[in-house]
Design a protein around this ligand. Structure first.
Ligand code: GLV
Ligand code: MG
Length: 349
């Protein structure tokens, strides 16, 4: 048994104090780049201001013989990084890989002050977070860091989904979760061969009807990720941490990417991964409330006065609960506007 008070004591002598609340910062897209790629590194100064989060990826999609180059490339990026509006994250290799320990050791010692969040893949349960939590505290103390590095876990194994609540509550360092649809599909033995998105075979069909040929019975494709995203959103909400949709692999299908991101936004996610510059703008558009929505929400808030009771606006009933929904939209618009003057003016702030 552990006293709740202990959660707010550092896990190693000299480590910074744990945080009590996840800092709310614009987080509409986590933009992935491969730090082993010199050309990509040279584009960082241009890309960084256009994204909310920049992530140096060391895990999947980086070939085994490039792992060290990626780690060293990220150290180079971190040394030149000026902490500002854009967050710097990394995705390290998984806990059972031969690279994890050197990833964490090198990054915390060399660029710990620059890193906001470490994304840990293939998290299975609270025990994984406890291990990373303790290790980070020891390394932070050794490097004399002034603030703790937060942890973001990828939900991409069946056991991870089954244990999602205990993962969220395993440490005050927990910043959020991302859905990892590709690994999760493999681990669950789903019969897909893509990264996120739907599948034309996963559908419901109209019942047989008099005079309707079987081939004419209409079908609707269903969302393969609805259950997992909803479960992740509830778990994150319960523990005050942030849910993100993960990757969408069909870079050319910008329309379906936008749909997938929007489903996640509507269900409560704060952002998604961008794997290609074209997905940055999609995420920016989808995860920023529409100006008309913000205008409507501000109208409802103003009509609702002290926020209690009920009023009819344009034939729609508004009450204490709808005004709370409106506050969610307006608060998000204000948070994003603090970083994005163009967005602020589109909302009339
Ligand atoms: C992401 O890491 C995924 O597996 O989808
Ligand atoms: Mg994965």
């Amino acid at each position: 048994m552990r006293s709740p008070k202990d959660f707010f004591a550092p896990l190693a002598l000299g480590a910074p104090n744990p945080i009590r609340e996840v800092p709310i910062r614009p987080s509409r897209m986590i933009h992935f780049f491969d730090p082993s790629n010199e050309k990509m590194r040279s584009k960082i100064p241009a890309i960084a201001p256009s994204v909310d989060i920049l992530l140096g990826n060391l895990e999947d999609a980086v070939a085994a013989d490039n792992k060290e180059a990626a780690r060293n490339g990220l150290v180079e990026v971190g040394r030149g990084w000026v902490n500002g509006e854009t967050q710097l994250w990394t995705r390290v290799n998984s806990l059972d890989s031969p690279w994890f320990i050197d990833d964490v050791f090198t990054l915390v010692s060399e660029i710990g002050e620059k890193l906001d969040v470490i994304m840990v893949p293939k998290v299975e349960g609270a025990e994984d977070i406890h291990y990373v939590d303790q290790l980070l505290a020891q390394l932070e103390a050794k490097a004399s860091l002034s603030r703790p590095i937060l942890i973001h876990a990828i939900l991409e194994t069946a056991r991870g989904v089954a244990n999602v609540e205990e993962i969220c509550g395993a440490s005050p360092r927990m910043q959020g979760l991302s859905l990892g649809p590709a690994d999760l599909a493999a681990d669950r033995r789903m019969k897909t061969t893509r990264v996120g998105g739907g599948h034309p075979g996963y559908l419901v069909r109209q019942d047989p009807a008099e005079g309707v040929e079987d081939r004419d019975r209409f079908t609707f494709q269903q969302d393969l990720w609805h259950y997992t995203i909803s479960r992740m959103v509830d778990a994150c909400g319960s523990f005050g941490i942030l849910p993100f949709y993960g990757p969408f692999g069909d870079i050319a299908d910008v329309l379906a990417c936008e749909d997938q991101f929007r489903n996640a936004y509507l269900l409560g996610c704060v952002g998604a991964w961008s794997l290609h510059p074209v997905q940055i703008d999609i995420a920016k558009k989808v995860f920023s409330p529409e100006p008309s929505e913000v205008e409507w929400a501000m109208h409802v808030i103003s009509e609702m006065g002290d926020g209690t009771g009920a009023v009819m606006i344009d034939g729609k009933m508004q009450d204490d609960a709808t005004v709370k929904q409106c506050h969610v939209i307006v608060n998000l618009a204000r948070e994003l506007s603090a970083k994005d003057p163009e967005l602020a003016s589109s909302y009339g702030f």
